[in-house]
Design a protein around this ligand. Structure first.
Ligand SMILES: Nc1nc2c(ncn2[C@@H]2O[C@H](COP(=O)(O)OP(=O)(O)OP(=O)(O)O)[C@@H](O)[C@H]2O)c(=O)[nH]1
Ligand SMILES: [Mg+2]
Length: 377
C-alpha cells in the first residue's frame, strides 16, 4: 500500500524542515507494511519554502515537491491529490497542514485505520482522546464547536463528530476516484473541505474517526477570519438542501398520490361502484401514481427502465405499499382499542407522517430504487 501525505505549504520556511525531519526521521519508520510518501505543494512561497524541500529531497527519495502559482488552499490540496493519484500511484492520500496543527504523531493512527479497512479516516477533535488547543480563547473554541455542530445538523451527519477537521485520509479506489475534483465548491478556500468530506462520506463504505489533538499554529499568526467561516457555512447549507431535495420530491409525490386517491374515490362513489372496487381501484391508482412519479422524478438517478423491469418492480412496489397499509391499520386498530376512536383524526396524520412515510422512504431507497454499488475502475 502506498500512502501519500499532501501537505500544502505557503511561507512555511520555519516549519517545513522540521516537519520533514519528524515525518521521515521519526514517524514513517514506525509504520510497517506501507510505503509512506510526502508531497509538499508550494505555491512558489517567497520565503523559500520550496528550496528547503528541494534540499531534503537528496536525502529522502519519498519526498516530492509540486510547485504552482498561488490559487488558495483548496486548489493546493486538489492539485496535490491529482498529482498523488496520477503521478505517484497513491492508494490513499492524506490531507495534512505544514504548521504542526496536525501533529505528526497522529499519522500512524490514521494509516492504521486505513490498513484495517477504512475507506475514509477523519482526524477528529470532538471524540474521546481528541481536543482543540487549550490556549485558544473562548470565542474561537465556541465558534469551532458550535460551527461544527451546526454543520453536523444541516448535513444530517450526527454520527460523525468532526466535519471541519483538516486532517483526513481518503482511499483512492472507490472514494477519491469517484469525485470530480475540478468542480468542488469554494476551491480557493478552507470550505472546499466540507464539500470533499461530504462526497467522500457518500462514497466510503467504512468511515472511521481517529482522535486528533489539534494544536495551535507553531508560529502564531492565525488567518482564521469571518470570510472563511461564512463560505464554510454556505457550502454546508447548500449541500444540506441538495441532500433534502429527494425527501421534498418524495413528499410532493406522496401528496399527489393522496389527491389521486381522493379524487378517484369521489368519482367511483358518484358512479355507485361497490365499496371494494371503489377503494381498491382508487388506492391502486394512487400506488401507480406514486410509482410513476417517483421513478421519473424523485429517484431519477436510479430510474427503472424497460417493460420487464418496470413490471417486476411495480409488483414489488405494491408489496412494500401493502406493508404501509399494514402499519396504518395496525396502529389504527391498536389506538382505537387503547384510546378510543375519538382520536382517529389525530392518529391518522401522525401515523402517516411518522411511520408510513418514513417506512415508504426506507423501502424506496433500500429496495425499490436501491443504489447500485459503485463500480470503481
Ligand atoms: N500551497 C499553498 N498552501 C497554502 C495556501 N494557503 C495555506 N496553505 C498551507 O495550508 C496549510 C493550512 O493553512 P493555514 O494558513 O494554516 O490555515 P488554518 O490552519 O485554517 O489557519 P491558521 O489558524 O492561520 O493556521 C498550511 O500548511 C499552509 O501553509 C495556499 O494558498 N497555497
Ligand atoms: Mg494552520
Amino acid at each position: 500500500m502506498k500512502v501519500v501525505i499532501i501537505m500544502p505549504a505557503y511561507n512555511e520556511a520555519e516549519n517545513i524542515g522540521l516537519m520533514i525531519e519528524e515525518l521521515f526521521g521519526k514517524e514513517f519508520p514506525q509504520i510497517k507494511n506501507t510505503e509512506m510518501h510526502l508531497l509538499v505543494v508550494d505555491d512558489f512561497s517567497p520565503d523559500g519554502t520550496g528550496n528547503i524541500v528541494k534540499k531534503y529531497q537528496a536525502e529522502y527519495k519519498n519526498l516530492h515537491l509540486l510547485q504552482k502559482p498561488k490559487e488558495g488552499l483548496g486548489w493546493a490540496y486538489i492539485r496535490g491529490m491529482q498529482y498523488a493519484v496520477n503521478k505517484l500511484g497513491a492508494d490513499a492520500v492524506m490531507e495534512m497542514d505544514a504548521d504542526f496543527q496536525h501533529p505528526p504523531r497522529f499519522v500512524k493512527d490514521m494509516v492504521a485505520a486505513f490498513l484495517n479497512g477504512a475507506d475514509y479516516v477523519i482526524g477528529s477533535r470532538y471524540i474521546r482522546g481528541g481536543s482543540i488547543p487549550k490556549e485558544w480563547e473562548f470565542s474561537r473554541k465556541a465558534v469551532s464547536f458550535l460551527g461544527n455542530l451546526f454543520i453536523r445538523m444541516v448535513l444530517l451527519k450526527p454520527q460523525i463528530h468532526d466535519l471541519t477537521t483538516g486532517f483526513r485520509l481518503t482511499r483512492v479506489k472507490g472514494v477519491l476516484d469517484q469525485i470530480d475534483l475540478e468542480h468542488l465548491m469554494e476551491p480557493t478556500r478552507f470550505a472546499y473541505k466540507v464539500d470533499l468530506l461530504y462526497q467522500s462520506i457518500k462514497n466510503a463504505k467504512k468511515v472511521v474517526e481517529v482522535p486528533l489533538e489539534f494544536a495551535s499554529r507553531a508560529k502564531e499568526k492565525s488567518k482564521f477570519n469571518p470570510k472563511e467561516m461564512i463560505s464554510t457555512f454556505k457550502v454546508a447549507i447548500i449541500l444540506g438542501i441538495k441532500d433534502k431535495q429527494k425527501i421534498i420530491k418524495f413528499g410532493l409525490v406522496g401528496f399527489l398520490g393522496y389527491l389521486v386517491n381522493a379524487f378517484a374515490l369521489y368519482l367511483f362513489t358518484k358512479l355507485s361502484w361497490p365499496g371494494w372496487a371503489a377503494w381498491g381501484l382508487s388506492t391502486e391508482l394512487a400506488i401507480l401514481s406514486n410509482f410513476t412519479w417517483n421513478n421519473l422524478w424523485t429517484f431519477r438517478d436510479q430510474q427503472i427502465n424497460g417493460l420487464a423491469a418496470i413490471a417486476s418492480k411495480f409488483l414489488q412496489f405494491n408489496l412494500t405499499s401493502a406493508g404501509g397499509l399494514l402499519i396504518q391499520v395496525g396502529v389504527g386498530v391498536a389506538t382505537d382499542y387503547l384510546l378510543g376512536s375519538q382520536y382517529r383524526q389525530i392518529v391518522l396524520p401522525l401515523t402517516i407522517g411518522f411511520l408510513v412515510m418514513p417506512y415508504n422512504y426506507l423501502m424506496y431507497t433500500l429496495v425499490i430504487w436501491r443504489k447500485k454499488a459503485s463500480n470503481p475502475k
